[in-house]
Design a protein around this ligand. Structure first.
Ligand code: BGC
Length: 873
């Protein structure tokens, strides 16, 4: 019962400290202003929703990963005397920098503040030391020198040995906080203060571990950093606390003080040292990077070739309790693998705990070669009571165990043959042999639950080759497992296959038919929404100028046509478009909260959200955030970040989820689902292979078609199928020689033809201009041909703010001059291509929150694909 009152007083104290003003709905006023053609920016009010605060707090707790807990140093038990070290206790990093972190939250709870809420009732914080650090941090504020020059770390206070010794004598345990942050447009550095510890931090660890009986280290970081120093000091407890947004301190304190047991699991492998990562030799190149590790990204590499180079494996994360996962022998029903486990909290701690059931597949090496284990399904349990003395009383059922059923379609286990080795080129195949299924609590802690034999090669999907390596000159050696006589696997290599596709022919063959232009017939977009007219009839009314305008944003950030602080506005940006009922739609960053002048919630970063492994919570957080987005008048929010953690040094890893496409795809998919369910749109980004920030506008990601499909696009595919976003954002980089946003195969062949995506694709902001002889188009005509529909923010590519270009109309006029040939791509951009792009944009306008609100239409969004199904009872 004591525990219960502890939690209650803790919750009360939070709500006493932070009071929030709920939004006042002025939608009627807004509608009138909008109808009168006025901007509705002025009627939007500051809003940070209590619902986001609640779920953000939960995620800031559940995403924390406990990696070491010697002699149960954690949780801090009642009365434990704790001394806090490290300036990040006060100068806590709440998120990263740039569009993914610029949010004005109504409050920020530092780690020191979070811990203080438990003192002196639960633990006893060393106030003397807290004060020394407080004064020092006040005198040494973090200096933010602006875009791209943000601080990576905090300046550490030099420690007086006498002070440390005295603190060691009067306390039971030290908590050392190490802080790091990163941001877009630049990488983390392989240097002290970024990837490595500084001398001051090493000195702090040396002195503290020398003076204290027990030391716990908390990593307040956005990216994984070097951890080799763990061997140099006596560290009893270690946690990755990530950046928990405005709730960072609450999440940390919840876990450290044992309000709940930690239940986060790593979404990426932590290696012994940087050089051990498979991408290390091919990251950071100015002009290009060869993705030589191929599909062997993260654990796929370590588990197959280099198990001993792992410090903390993928999926790993400790609890204060012990969990038992008992799995029934697996079955296959309706072409789905049925994994049924019973999870029991065996106790060991008096607090509530959750476990993540993880399912891995070990596929036969076959002709293609496979990673030794691949994540194919997962589910998180609810809180389960650990022991009768603990929180059991709080749970209506006192539930200590639950059953988890995970149903995984066999087709999800397939590999992509990009060379024809299996006899089925460009197909997703299940090679013959035994597929072993492992179930457990991390990639290493799992047991075999059964084997499925596939008697003969099975094609699960035949597709067309797309986006492969451009030429012999750009081909390279990629990693490959070589199976020895006794079944042992060693690291080999082979040359990447080179494209066999004539892209010009593919574009020509798939040219869309044009609808003859009719001039204005008085059809409004609402008539299409109400089914009175077809979209084709509506589009036939649009002039080439109107079509070209639908294919760009308004030109600058903070367009006068949208809400205050918008990233750009698109759709009805001309009076003649608005006359036809096309509304101007506001976009705004971003993945962890709204980057607008007014207050908004700052949520945990993407990496931390992934470490929750909790799709249910993520959907709720997404939905709550969606309401906040809606309340602020934002039609399309620029997030979540979907790119794969290829290197620990990528400056934007904090915005992205994981090294694994299934985890990234599911967390991204459920974020999108929540946002779209609440009536507004997500814009997941950056499509695709935006895996580094160095020279991000001109860098070529050279990668085999197999790795593109199995790893980098897979995360997007899962997210799109699970979340059904209305928009997505392209990326700055090139993919095998073609700019991602101008890449027909990426944006049309795969995204729309294979995956059935019908929404809008926008560029990243100020995309580079280019031309491409194989596409017979330049600049914006080229991207429209590829089906990246909207240039953002709308000024000419590579031309900075302002200054529209005429590249779309120039190209179209050339086509007209050539006699408007229906099957020619050489002449220029065809009318049909412009109309197709416009239709993609208008599909979204009709579904947008603004359009539906104005016309009182329901949100018909419906998620209907789970990739794999789970049932937790
Ligand atoms: C970033 C995007 C962001 C956009 C708008 C770009 O620099 O790469 O992620 O959404 O700016 O702020």
């Amino acid at each position: 019962m004591k525990e219960v009152s502890k939690m209650k007083s803790f919750t009360d104290s939070i709500f006493r400290r932070f009071r929030f003003v709920p939004v006042v709905s002025k939608s009627a006023v807004a509608a009138a202003l909008i109808a009168a053609g006025l901007s509705y920016a002025s009627v939007v009010e500051a809003y940070s929703s209590p619902e986001v605060q609640m779920y953000a707090r939960e995620a800031a707790t559940e995403g924390i990963v406990l990696l070491r807990n010697n002699d149960n140093v954690l949780p801090f038990r009642k009365g434990t005397k704790v001394a806090l070290f490290g300036c990040a206790q006060h100068q806590t990093f709440m998120n990263g920098y740039g569009s993914g972190g610029y949010v004005n939250p109504p409050y920020r709870i530092s780690i020191a503040d979070g811990m203080l809420m438990h003192s002196p009732e639960a633990i006893s914080l060393d106030m003397q030391l807290l004060d020394v650090y407080g004064k020092w941090c006040k005198a040494h504020p973090i200096v933010d020198r602006g875009w791209g020059s943000w601080p990576y770390n905090v300046e550490e206070m030099k420690l007086d040995p006498e002070m440390v010794t005295a603190a060691g004598a009067r306390n039971d345990v030290a908590l050392v906080v190490i802080g790091r942050a990163a941001g877009e447009d630049r990488e983390c550095r392989l240097a002290p203060g970024s990837y490595y510890l500084t001398d001051a931090e090493k000195d702090m660890l040396k002195q503290v571990t020398g003076a204290f009986k027990k030391t716990v280290v908390l990593m307040n970081v956005g990216n994984v950093t070097d951890m080799s120093w763990l061997n140099d000091y006596k560290i009893d407890g270690l946690l990755y606390g990530w950046h928990g947004g405005m709730e960072t301190g609450i999440g940390v304190a919840n876990v450290l003080c044992g309000v709940v047991s930690p239940s986060g699991k790593l979404g990426e492998t932590i290696a012994q040292k940087y050089e051990d990562y498979p991408s290390a030799a091919n990251f950071g190149g100015r002009n290009f990077n060869n993705y030589a590790e191929d599909i062997y990204v993260g654990y796929r590499y370590f588990e197959t070739f280099a198990k001993d180079k792992v410090m903390f494996p993928f999926g790993f994360g400790m609890s204060y309790s012990k969990f038992d996962i008992k799995t029934d022998p697996i079955k296959v029903a309706n072409d789905k693998i049925v994994v049924k486990s019973t999870v029991t909290n065996l106790g060991g701690a008096s607090c509530l705990g959750k476990e993540v059931v993880q399912v891995y597949c070990s596929a036969p090496q076959g002709k293609l070669g496979k990673p030794s284990r691949v994540l194919v399904g997962f589910a998180k349990t609810p809180y389960l009571a650990g022991s009768p003395e603990g929180f059991r009383a709080q749970l209506p059922s006192g539930q200590t165990s639950c059953t988890v059923e995970i149903n995984i379609p066999m087709k999800n286990l397939a590999s992509y043959d990009d060379s024809g080795k299996t006899g089925k080129p460009f197909a997703w195949v299940l090679e013959p042999g035994d597929y072993d299924i492992y179930v457990g609590s991390s990639i290493r802690d799992c047991v075999k639950a059964g084997t499925i034999n596939v008697p003969e090669l099975r094609v699960v999907e035949q597709v067309e080759s797309a986006a492969a390596i451009a030429s012999e000159e750009t081909a390279f050696q990629r990693m490959l497992p070589v199976v020895g006589a006794n079944g042992e696997i060693t690291l080999g290599s082979e040359k990447t296959p080179v494209t066999t596709v004539n892209i010009s022919e593919r574009i020509r063959k798939n040219l869309p038919a044009a609808v003859p232009m009719t001039g204005d017939k008085g059809i409004k977009l609402l008539d299409v929404a109400l089914g009175k007219n077809t979209m084709k009839e509506f589009i036939a009314q649009l002039t080439p100028e109107e079509l070209a305008t639908l294919l760009r944003g308004d030109g600058n950030k903070d367009s006068a046509l949208g809400i205050k602080g918008n990233a750009s506005v698109y759709g009805g940006i001309l009076p003649s478009l608005r006359d036809k009922g096309i509304l101007p739609l506001s976009s705004a960053d971003g993945p962890s909260g709204l980057w607008i002048p007014q207050n908004g919630s700052l949520m945990p970063n993407g990496t931390m959200l992934a470490c929750t492994w909790n799709t249910d919570l993520i959907e709720k957080l997404g939905a709550a955030y969606g309401k906040e987005i809606d309340a602020n008048g934002v039609d399309a929010v620029l997030g979540p970040g979907m790119n794969i953690h290829r290197s620990v040094l990528c400056g934007r890893n904090f915005e992205y989820f994981s090294e694994d496409p299934l985890l990234a795809g599911m967390i991204g998919g459920y974020t999108v689902r929540g946002i779209e369910e609440s009536g507004t749109s997500a814009v997941p980004k950056h499509f695709a292979l935006n895996n580094q920030e160095t020279n991000r506008n001109r860098n070529d990601s050279r990668c085999s078609e197999r790795a593109i499909r199995e790893i980098y696009l897979r995360a997007f595919e899962i997210m799109i199928k699970v979340g059904k976003p209305d928009n997505i954002m392209g990326s700055y980089n090139l993919i095998n020689g073609d700019w991602a946003s101008y890449n027909y195969d990426i944006c049309t062949t795969i995204l729309r033809k294979e995956w059935g995506y019908t929404g809008c694709v926008m560029t990243d902001w100020w995309q580079q201009s280019t031309n491409n002889p194989r596409y017979f188009a330049a600049d914006n005509a080229l991207r429209v041909r590829a089906q990246t529909d909207v240039l953002m923010p709308g000024s000419g590519p590579g031309r900075g703010q302002g200054g529209q270009d005429r590249s779309i109309l120039n190209s179209y006029e050339n086509w007209v001059k050539a006699g408007s040939p229906a099957d020619s791509i050489e002449a220029g951009l065809t009318l049909g291509e412009m109309q197709r792009g416009a239709e993609n944009v208008l599909n979204f306008v009709i579904r947008s929150r603004y359009f539906r609100k104005l016309h009182n239409l329901p949100n018909t969004y419906k998620a209907d694909n789970n990739w794999f199904d789970t049932e937790v009872k």
